[in-house]
Design a protein around this ligand. Structure first.
Ligand code: ZN
Length: 98
């Protein structure tokens, strides 16, 4: 599998170790764990709100794609927040150029 080029366009997907594990649990491979400039990030993949976490100051909201309850760290980039499956699908679509 060749690595997709992200030149010029691209959803930058943010992942953390927790999200990597969450993706693995769902049988998903995380497209990229690279984080570019924060202002280039279009989508932040967030775990669902019922995911066990040791953080007590998470912010909560809804996936902008499917509306499921998700959470993110206060330090997360100010970008569209989506759940992991939606973020994964968006990243795949972007890579496939459609
Ligand atoms: Zn979603």
């Amino acid at each position: 599998m060749k690595s997709p080029s992200k030149e010029g366009k691209g959803i930058k997907v943010v992942t953390t170790e927790t999200q990597m594990r969450e993706c693995a649990k769902l049988g998903l491979k995380v497209p990229s764990k690279e984080v570019a400039n924060e202002e280039d990030i279009d989508v932040v993949m967030c775990p669902t709100a019922d995911t066990p976490t040791t953080f007590t100051d998470n912010e909560y909201g809804e996936c902008s794609q499917c509306g499921v309850k998700i959470m993110w760290r206060p330090s997360a980039p100010k970008a569209q927040k989506v759940c992991i499956p939606c973020g994964y699908n968006l990243a795949l679509e972007e890579m496939n150029g459609c």
